[in-house]
Design a protein around this ligand. Structure first.
Ligand code: F0G
Length: 462
């Protein structure tokens, strides 16, 4: 008897493989765990061993598709479909069938230079890959287009996730586009209103549970065993396949000259795992000759991977009770920690933690570049500063920060920071005094020309 269930999406020309015992299957159980050893599954492509796709052909196919007007090619994810699982289509129809794919034209995100942050850090070749420019404002869309497509293809009517906000916003949108219902489990009071409002607007059944993210995820795991709900958290390996395209698109934008470093925030650790998987696959396929070092940055109060690597050498997860104002990464029991530890080791990357004050400072510095991001994304710049101090990153190296979410995702954080309310009365109050020059509090005035002129003169002096 094969351990994998049959109602789940099946893979064609690819396999699920357990990251623990290596067991193979063409369908995954509802919790995406190996029924032998309980470890997570990943998707692999054995046909690449037999007939390796030509790197040059792939690059030229991806360029060609940029000229196409089909929705599938206009997606910055499906344009790279050659490195994604293929839909098990009926005879006669093609993978390219736009009717099957649920897409909001995700991906296609800009790679920005960061001249001011380059000056601050002393790293001239500093870039931001801004995943916050995705349709629902975060990197989740790149994974969701793939996982939601496979969910619908397998006939699921319901999809569900536990979330710190962005996954739920993205899932709700893709479910709505694909005609599916969605169930969202979020920790009460710890998700920004912007993200929550997206889930509501896109029609999700939204439950605010009196627990944290880890509690929501535990409950979802139990739920999917009872009800035919397809789980769209990042333990779903289809999500990670879609999120791989961030790295593919990035290298294409750099004309296949990899940067020395890619720095990414770590929460549940799906995204770092996906980016690392893409880098390793691209190296194996000859798309790039050199591996960038992939580093993961966590908030000090949500530093499970940092502690896991330091205290157990990556052998055993050190779970924690997470607390950080960067609520997107307020996660203490990251599901994909083993996958992330593997790609850190394989690429030679580092894992660091940053304080709340460092996060707030970095977020304001990125914002002052005119692009903005949410707090969880800003850990990347704060982490870069640490890695420079440790001489892990050298100033003459090229660095790409992955900005995972849009500034508009968490306006409360930004307003509290600029009004100077963020650290008031907290242990960090004195440490945060150095951030005063970055603050731009709104100024309330009478509607009088003189009053505004005085403000202008004052600002000119500062
Ligand atoms: N940055 C943002 C903006 C996020 O929303 C998340 C995760 C991360 C970074 C961390 O990514 O989990 O793959 O390591 N947000 C999830 C959510 C957990 O539910 O929206 P990760």
């Amino acid at each position: 008897m094969h351990p994998f269930s049959s109602s789940a999406p099946r893979l064609r020309q690819a396999n699920f493989r357990c990251i623990g015992c290596g067991d193979l299957g063409d369908a995954a159980s509802q919790d995406f765990r190996c029924s032998h050893c309980g470890d997570l599954l990943e998707i692999i492509y054995p046909q690449w061993q037999e007939a390796k796709p030509s790197a040059e052909n792939l690059k030229s196919a991806w360029s060609q598709r940029r000229l196409s007007l089909s929705p599938v090619d206009l997606s910055g994810v499906w344009r790279f479909q050659d490195l994604l699982p293929a839909l098990d289509t009926a005879p006669g129809s093609t993978h390219d069938d736009g009717q099957q794919v649920i897409t909001l034209r995700e991906g296609n995100t800009p790679l920005y230079e960061l001249p001011q942050c380059a000056r601050i850090t002393g790293v001239p070749r500093l870039f931001a890959k801004h995943q916050g420019m995705n349709p629902t404002g975060s990197f989740k869309d790149c994974g969701m287009t793939v996982a939601a497509t496979f969910a619908r293809h397998a006939g699921f009517r319901w999809v569900g996730c536990a979330s710190t906000g962005n996954t739920s916003a993205s899932m709700a949108a893709y479910a709505a586009r694909g005609g599916m219902r969605s169930l969202v489990l979020v920790p009460e009071g710890k998700v920004s209103w912007s993200k929550l409002s997206q889930a509501l607007d896109y029609g999700a059944v939204t439950c605010q549970l009196r627990t944290d993210f880890d509690g929501c995820l535990r409950l979802l795991q139990e739920l999917v065993r009872r009800a035919p709900i397809y789980q769209l958290n990042s333990i779903n390996p289809f999500r990670l396949e879609g999120q791989k395209t961030l790295a593919i698109e990035l290298l294409e934008q750099l004309d296949w000259q990899p940067p020395d470093h890619i720095i990414v925030p770590g929460g549940n650790l799906g995204n770092s795992s996906a980016i690392g998987k893409a880098l390793l696959e691209m190296r194996d396929l000859g798309l790039t000759a050199r591996l960038p070092k992939l580093s993961v940055i966590q908030a000090e109060g949500a530093n499970a991977l940092v502690r896991t690597l330091r205290e157990t050498g990556g052998k055993r997860l050190v779970s924690i009770q997470a607390e950080t104002r960067a609520t997107a990464i307020r996660i203490g029991n990251p599901a994909s920690w083993k996958k992330a530890a593997h790609v850190l080791e394989a690429t030679g990357g580092a894992c660091e933690q940053v304080s709340e004050v460092e996060i707030a400072q970095a977020k304001a510095e990125i914002g002052a570049e005119g692009i903005g991001c949410e707090p969880a994304s800003a850990v990347t710049l704060a982490g870069l500063k640490k890695l420079l101090k440790q001489k892990f990153v050298k100033p003459d190296e090229s660095v790409v920060l992955v900005l995972t979410g849009n500034l508009l995702k968490d306006p409360d954080f930004t307003i509290e920071f600029h009004r100077g309310e963020m650290f008031k009365g907290s242990a960090e109050e004195s440490a945060s005094a150095r951030l005063d020059p970055l603050r731009r509090a709104p100024i309330v005035l009478d509607a009088a020309l003189d009053a505004v002129m005085r403000v202008l003169e004052q600002a000119e002096k500062s």
